[in-house]
Design a protein around this ligand. Structure first.
Ligand SMILES: [Zn+2]
Length: 295
């Protein structure tokens, strides 16, 4: 398997929106904010080549609505066609696009403005995987989420017949399982990627940043807060039990981490750069952990 991260740009969100009811005095010790209380957020995607599949997980916000969304102060937005060139791949080669959910900062890069003014698919030959309940929510959004959904991000994907809706957990290929979590929004897809000696979990907005690991530290954007906490707990319990590695799409400072819990409180175990995870150091970490368990 070949696997690369793609930094598709950054934007800013209000810290109060990101950490919900948690007071700033508490969260600012775990995540920095500027004078206006804005926090820097990454849009970190993955490219995976395995077997005959060429897979993109998440597409970032793209560049269609940057002016309309200028409040978010998007920076360094990297079109995915340029990003893929670095790996010797073209957008036409992509077979599968996995979208955790359809808020603009996750699916906007699926489509782009062509020079003739029309909106085109960025990955014209790819199946685009979305949770069925997330798709239904996109078509009939509630009053909270309607501002985050843009019809033009997905309309031509649906018209192309390349939208694939998932109603239950399933494997995309032997190395990647797509699981459904109802955290943050309904029907979010969480890819579980099997690496040698390690499972990498692309946690999406179930846990947008490592600072969101404590159960109550959920975003004010979450539509069903209690459900969000329950779903996060389900993900974290398995991550601890199986020593899985979490991969964060939005954390501008921490790419990956393990999780521990003490007396029912969840916190970061160890943090890692993505590149370190892909090298042997994490294999050593797993062996060290196994030794502990055997004792
Ligand atoms: Zn997001």
């Amino acid at each position: 398997m070949e696997i690369h991260k793609i930094e598709a740009g950054t934007f800013q969100c209000d810290g109060g929106a990101i950490f919900g009811v948690v007071p700033k005095r508490v969260w600012q010790k775990r995540y920095p904010a500027d004078r206006d209380n804005f926090c820097k957020m990454a849009m970190r995607c993955l490219y995976i080549a395995v077997g005959d599949k060429r897979i993109i997980i998440e597409t970032g916000a793209g560049d269609k609505q940057l002016q309309y969304l200028k409040y978010y102060n998007f920076q360094d937005v990297l079109p995915l066609d340029k990003a893929l060139l670095a790996f010797g791949t073209a957008c036409e080669d992509i077979t599968d696009v996995i979208l955790t959910h359809l808020h603009f900062d996750h699916c906007g890069g699926c489509t782009h403005n062509a020079t003739d003014g029309t909106i085109r698919m960025r990955f014209p030959n790819a199946a685009h995987w979305v949770g069925k309940t997330q798709w239904d929510n996109f078509l009939n959004p509630n009053i909270r989420e309607s501002d985050s959904y843009f019809v033009e991000n997905m309309a031509i994907v649906e018209q192309s017949g390349q939208l694939r809706l998932i109603e239950s957990d399933r494997f995309l290929c032997p190395e990647i399982e797509l699981r459904i979590f109802d955290g943050h929004t309904v029907g979010q897809l969480v890819p579980y990627i099997t690496l040698p000696n390690q499972t990498l979990v692309y946690v999406g907005d179930v846990i947008p940043m490592s600072a969101n690991i404590p159960l109550a530290w959920i975003s004010a954007y979450d539509t069903h807060p209690i459900r969000s906490m329950e779903e996060k707990q389900r993900l974290l319990d398995e991550a601890i039990e199986k020593a899985q590695m979490l991969f964060f799409g939005h954390d501008a400072y921490t790419e990956c981490c393990t999780v521990v819990s003490t007396n029912g409180k969840y916190r970061i175990g160890e943090t890692f750069d993505f590149d370190t995870v892909i090298t042997n150091s994490v294999c050593r970490y797993v062996r060290k952990d196994e030794r502990k368990r055997k004792r």
